[in-house]
Write a protein that binds this ligand. Structure first.
Ligand SMILES: NC(=O)c1ccc[n+]([C@@H]2O[C@H](COP(=O)([O-])OP(=O)(O)OC[C@H]3O[C@@H](n4cnc5c(N)ncnc54)[C@H](O)[C@@H]3O)[C@@H](O)[C@H]2O)c1
Length: 257
């Protein structure tokens, strides 16, 4: 499949996990891809690695400009960089609330703001190709324990996706998001390593998803690529669940069928 031939994409947080799988998939399907990350040292050709921090507006603007110059423009933004936080509302102090919102929400705002002038040019020149995909989470739509701060940021990403889709639809720029369940990425690896009993923790996370396993980064990348592709030019303002059925299904215990 070569549906991204001639298109230019920027993926934030593209050095690891879901972002890396997305950057690799878009490149394999014909896109020229730049990766914006705090640490792009493991990013190699054909991807273009750019060091930037989404909490720093100047750093984001510089990286976006460098990406557009190197690729000859930008058609697609995948807003994926994000960090986690654990606990109830009693557990994270104000500084952590501000920091996680700064990365997970304002990071997307800063990157979108810097990319929009390029996406507008694309929308005018090649209708149906300008797209933004945000990485949201099932935490936006289901109440998960010990994730108050993280869930609040992803709820904001969900609403931001809808508002941006409305703001930019008449300019020909589509905005959608994916809502992954627990995905098997280095992030979750770090969480498991920190657990008292990593095997039991992993089993609990797997059991929470009706498919009985974690989502793979490649599966989330496939959904992001669908939403970013010109083949989905009629789709905007949607949240695509990639969660092993976690949001929508209510199963009885296995013995009951
Ligand atoms: N893994 C999951 O279970 C899961 C589930 C739902 C949603 N998500 C979302 O998917 C996205 C990617 O998660 P992942 O699991 O692949 O994580 P990951 O930790 O493997 O990768 C995240 C990447 O983002 C980069 N990053 C972090 N802060 C940054 C900053 N300030 N500026 C620039 N880059 C920064 C990191 O360097 C890293 O390369 C996140 O937005 C996360 O909230 C993950």
């Amino acid at each position: 499949m070569n549906d991204f031939a001639g298109l230019r994409a920027l993926v934030t947080g593209g050095a690891s996990g879901i972002g890396r799988a997305t950057a690799d998939l878009l490149a394999a399907r014909g896109a020229r891809v730049a990766v914006l990350d705090l640490d792009p040292s493991a990013v190699d050709k054909p991807l273009l690695g750019l060091r930037a921090d989404v909490t720093d507006d100047t750093s984001v603007r510089t990286a976006v400009q460098d990406a557009a110059e190197a690729l000859g423009g930008l058609d697609i933004l995948v807003n994926n960089a994000g960090i986690g936080a654990q606990g109830t509302v009693e557990d994270n102090d104000d500084a952590e609330w501000r920091h996680v919102f700064d990365v997970n929400v304002l990071g997307m705002v800063r990157t979108a703001r810097a990319c929009l002038p390029y996406l507008r040019r694309t929308a005018a020149a090649r209708p149906g190709t300008a797209a933004i995909v945000n990485t949201c989470s099932i935490a936006a739509t289901a109440g998960l324990p010990q994730r108050a701060l993280y869930s609040a940021t992803k709820g904001a990403v969900y609403s931001l996706t809808l508002a941006m889709a409305a703001d930019h639809v008449r300019e020909g720029i589509r905005v959608n998001c994916v809502t992954p369940g627990t995905a098997d990425t280095p992030w979750i690896g770090r969480l498991l390593d920190a657990a008292g009993d990593p095997a039991a923790e992993r089993a609990a996370l797997e059991a929470r998803q009706p498919t009985g396993r974690l989502v793979s980064a490649a599966e989330v990348a496939g959904a992001i690529a669908y939403l970013a592709s010109p083949l989905s030019a009629a789709t905007t303002g949607t949240a695509l669940a990639v969660d092993g059925g976690m949001q929508g299904l209510r199963l009885r215990p296995a013995a009951d069928r």
